[in-house]
Ligand binder design. Structure first.
Ligand SMILES: [Zn+2]
Ligand SMILES: [Zn+2]
Length: 280
């Protein structure tokens, strides 16, 4: 029975939990939905509502065609800015900004980190802060796989989504391959640097403990830097976390590969979404 409940949780057979909230991350009924929207108590994905102020929502709809190019640049600029901020709190696996104009999907940011701890750290750091005058209210999202959340028609159909800007699935306009590649490269640099620092700290910590346990050795709190590269012992703990790091490193490398594979696809997408929005 418990198994069955697990399987139908958030699916169409689920009479209690809202399918849309669990699949897409946002449901158009919001608080008035007759089904439950259960915010998970932990997740790798953060949902930051309304962080992106979509200029298309405020400009005259007739002028959109002319302003389109400028708006795309605006979204790219926002994406870069936010990515570089959010990657300080944890390593980002994927980040998306909604480009729908319907009010319940307007200007949301979804960011999926590699671990729940990183997402938690980001949540704590972002809560109560302002971005461009918008109070940030990040929350955990039940969505960890966005394939069903993104509007398939918008992503794959050359003519774009028939429902246009008011579709209930996520219309994501990803930044160019080039921008993404640069951002992930920058992030990679930060985290490979951080790994080295952590490694050094672990070694220092290990030697610090060892020298403290020696009865006649006086150890000043600030003098542990001299023990840096003298030994290459590792405590049991550091072996353990090495293992985890290797696992997540592999995952990250795989992700890098998939990014590259999609390269051409995304350039097409960009062309297509250009055409698409011009049609609207
Ligand atoms: Zn709902
Ligand atoms: Zn759509």
């Amino acid at each position: 029975m418990a198994d069955l409940l697990c399987k139908i949780h958030g699916t169409e057979q689920d009479k209690i939990n809202c399918t849309f909230y669990h699949k897409v991350g946002v449901c158009r009924h919001g608080d008035t939905c007759t089904k439950r929207h259960i915010i998970p108590s932990y997740s790798r994905t953060l949902f930051i509502p309304g962080m992106y102020q979509n200029p298309r929502a405020t400009v005259d709809i007739n002028k959109i065609d002319r302003k389109l190019k400028k708006n795309f640049k605006y979204l790219d600029g926002f994406y870069v800015d936010i990515f570089l901020e959010l990657c300080k709190y944890g390593e980002i696996e994927e980040m998306m900004v909604t480009d729908n104009l319907t009010s319940h999907l307007l200007g949301h940011v979804f960011v999926r980190y590699f671990s729940e701890e990183e997402a938690e750290n980001a949540l704590m750091k972002l809560k109560g802060r302002y971005y461009n005058g918008v109070l940030l209210k990040p929350e955990y999202s039940p969505v960890t796989d966005f394939r069903d959340a993104r509007c398939r028609q918008n992503d794959t159909d050359a003519n774009g989504c028939q429902r246009g800007d008011f579709c209930n699935f996520l219309h994501i306009r990803d930044p160019s391959r080039n921008i993404l590649r640069q951002l992930f490269k920058k992030q990679h640099k930060i985290y490979s640097q951080k790994e080295k620092e952590k490694e050094r700290e672990r070694e220092e910590d290990y030697h610090h403990k060892r020298s403290r346990s020696g009865r006649h050795h006086h150890h000043s709190r600030h003098s542990h830097s001299h023990s840096n590269s003298r030994h290459s012992h590792h405590s049991h703990n550091s072996h353990h976390s090495h293992h985890h790091q290797r696992d997540s490193q592999e995952k990250r490398e795989q992700k890098d590969n998939t990014l590259n594979e999609n390269e051409n696809e995304n350039e097409n997408e960009e062309k297509k979404s250009n055409e698409n929005s011009q049609n609207n």
